[in-house]
Structure formats: structure tokens, C-alpha cells
Design a binder for this molecule. Sequence first.
Ligand code: G4P
Length: 276
Amino acid sequence: MAKARKEVQEKLKQVDVVLEIVDARTPESSRNPMMNEIVGAKPRIMVLNKADLADPAITKLWVKHYQDAGNEAIAIDAQHAKRLNQIPQLANQLMAEKIARKKARGIKNPAIRAMCIGIPNVGKSTILNRLVKKNIAVTGNKPGVTKNQQWLKASDTFQILDTPGILWPKFENQTVGKRLALTGAIADAVFQEDVVGLYGLEFFLNHYPAEIKKAYRLSDDDMALSAPDLLVALTKRQGFGEDFNRMAERIIFDCRQGKLGRFTLEQPGDTDDDAE
Ligand code: G4P
């Protein structure tokens, strides 16, 4: 952790703007716990990636939440290159005064230098590749692994560091862990699949009942069951016997693939108990 942090801090010295990448389905849980401390006062754009998988109404609340806290914020879908071109525009707005000062000193087209920072699997490499419109093999994609750095051109006036800053995920409490496990941000080995599958099932029953009803063709009686009882019923119905883990794995897979619809596991102002 100390090495990853030091490495990111070294890179930070070279950049004007930080792109903090989070997963739009778990914006707070997918932030590194020390991000604010590490980034400090450096201008920052909160990038809520994978917005194509997240609940659009809640994504809007999160964007406003981060804007209200004084950051620029944007929701994007890097996979399908949606709204990515707004990132350089936002960086321009953030750096307007510095750019004006440079121009006043006679520098014609001052470039903004940026870097992506985030926990693994939030889409940092995908964003880099889409921004510079080519495929860069992002090697050293592990905390603490260094390689020679290069500036890549997203445009004449926007450059981005080819190696993202990779920081560790939160392990603050069980709820945060289960959110990260359900979306695939942490390794499947960290939690048992029945724990994560059950968490997902319960969350959908409470927050997206219509979607889960449709996806698993549930009756009104099914919908009245508790999540553990429903897991048992679904396991049998799928022909998995008493292999509840297999059904839990199916639920996790379906969530990640978007088969249960777009969802967001936390809202601004949630306490962890609200989210369960
Ligand atoms: P990282 O550098 O932060 O570790 O993340 P990376 O870009 O490798 O992205 C992790 C996974 O998330 C990749 O899937 C990538 O395609 C997917 N991804 C990135 N951005 C988006 C987005 O905006 N929307 C969606 N739907 N997916 C996105 P992968 O390589 O296939 O891995 P996996 O799906 O097997 O986990």
C-alpha cells in the first residue's frame, strides 16, 4: 500500500488534473479510502464510469453530489465511448485560469496534463485507450509495479499519462465488500458466492423488485419470500438440487452482465445499513 501510494504521489507531481475513476454502480465504495488525502488540492474530475450499467436516476444524484462537494463530475460509458470527449472540455474549464496565464506569457497552445487514478477494474485502461483512440497495452497494471512513463495525446491540448495510478479498494465493512464483490471489483475469492449472491438477491428484491420479478419469472408468492427462501426456491427450480452456491453464482453473473437491468448499489447519504 505504501509503495502504491508513493508511486501515485510521484506521478501526481507531473500532472495538472486528476481523473478519479469510480464505478457508477458503487461510486463511494469503489473509491480508494485515502483518495482525498493522496490527491490533496490537485484539480480533480470525478469520472463515474460504467454508467451504461448503472441506474441513470441515481447516477444523476451522484454527479450532483460530487459537484456540490466542489469537484467537476461526469458519468461516462467508456466501453462504448460515450461522453468521453467531455473530459478534456471539463479539464479545460478547470484549468482556464492557468491556461490564460500561460497564454499571457506567450505559450501558444498550452497542453493540460492528466492522469487516471482508481482501484482495479473500474475502467482506467479502457478510458485511456478510448481517450487516445488506440490500444495501449497498459503493463504494470498492478499497484507498486513501475515502468517507463509516456505522455499520450488525446488532443493537441490534452495529454494523459500512459500508466494509471492504481490504488487499493476499500475494505471498510462487510457491506462495502459485498458491493465490490457483486460488481466484480474485488476477487471472487474474497467472499463466498452464497454471501454475495444473497446480498444481490436481497438488494434487488428491496430496490428493483420489478426487474428481478421479470428476469426470474417470479410469482407474487415468490416475491413475498425472504431472500434466503427465494434462493432455495430458485436453486430447485433451476435444477441445481441443493447447490445453492451454483444459483448464487448465477445471480452474481446475471447482475454483472446487466441481465437484471441497470442498478446502483448505493445512493448519496446512504448509511451502510440503508443499503442492505
Ligand atoms: P482497470 O484498468 O481500471 O483495471 O479496468 P479495465 O479498463 O481493464 O476495465 C475492467 C473491465 O470493465 C473490462 O472488462 C472493461 O471492458 C469493462 N469496462 C470498462 N469500462 C466500461 C464501461 O463503461 N461499461 C462497461 N459495461 N464495461 C466497462 P473485461 O476486460 O471484459 O473484464 P471482465 O468483464 O471480464 O471483468
